[in-house]
Design a protein around this ligand. Sequence first.
Ligand code: GTP
Length: 213
Amino acid sequence: MLQFKLVLLGDSSVGKSSIVNRFVKDSFDEFRESTIGAAFLSQTVTIKDDDQDVTVKFEIWDTAGQERYKSLAPMYYRNSNAALVVYDITQADSLEKAQSWVHELKNKVDDNNLVIYLVGNKVDLTKDDEEKRVVDRDVAEKYAQENGLLFNEVSAKTGEGIQQIFQTIGENLYEVRKKENTTNNSNMANRAHGQVDIQLPRPSTNDSTSCCS
Ligand SMILES: Nc1nc2c(ncn2[C@@H]2O[C@H](COP(=O)(O)OP(=O)(O)OP(=O)(O)O)[C@@H](O)[C@H]2O)c(=O)[nH]1
């Protein structure tokens, strides 16, 4: 099993906890309390490599979006393999906030392989009433493309697109690990002038399910 650390960032009430709750517990709560500090959850996805099933475990840090917790965020995004940067397609300010998180991640996280996924949530609200939409999909998608981000619009309420986010991130991170391993092993092989087995790295043994605030 491969293990990756994933962090959620974004303005308060854009639906970060609801996205995690949909992915981990397949449920939705209309009246969610705002997160205090951060919450930790974990969940797996299964990806295919040829005929082989590979289990990818996500250790998920769901951060609090309220301004007063902003200074805690680096603790959670440091050493992350992936970040979900969430905005609400019915709140214009929330895209600007998401863009400032993307900027911060790019400046502060050293890992060039960090996978950043820009997520426009609450797409269900626009299904019957397109007027509720204030963030144009094309604008957000263009921004994502220009900045090398994955992008989709989803709904934590209906579940639309939620599993796909984590599946895609899992596949991306698996490919990165595989490449890193092949490179490491071929370096070793060059040094030893011999043959080496290609193995995926062992997952860390840290299996905590505790929560912090
Ligand atoms: N209609 C709709 N409402 C949503 C959706 N996702 C979340 N909500 C609602 O939006 C509100 C805020 O959701 P949260 O998941 O608590 O938002 P958050 O980003 O975690 O907020 P903080 O913890 O303050 O950072 C709640 O009332 C949710 O029920 C969605 O996809 N559609």
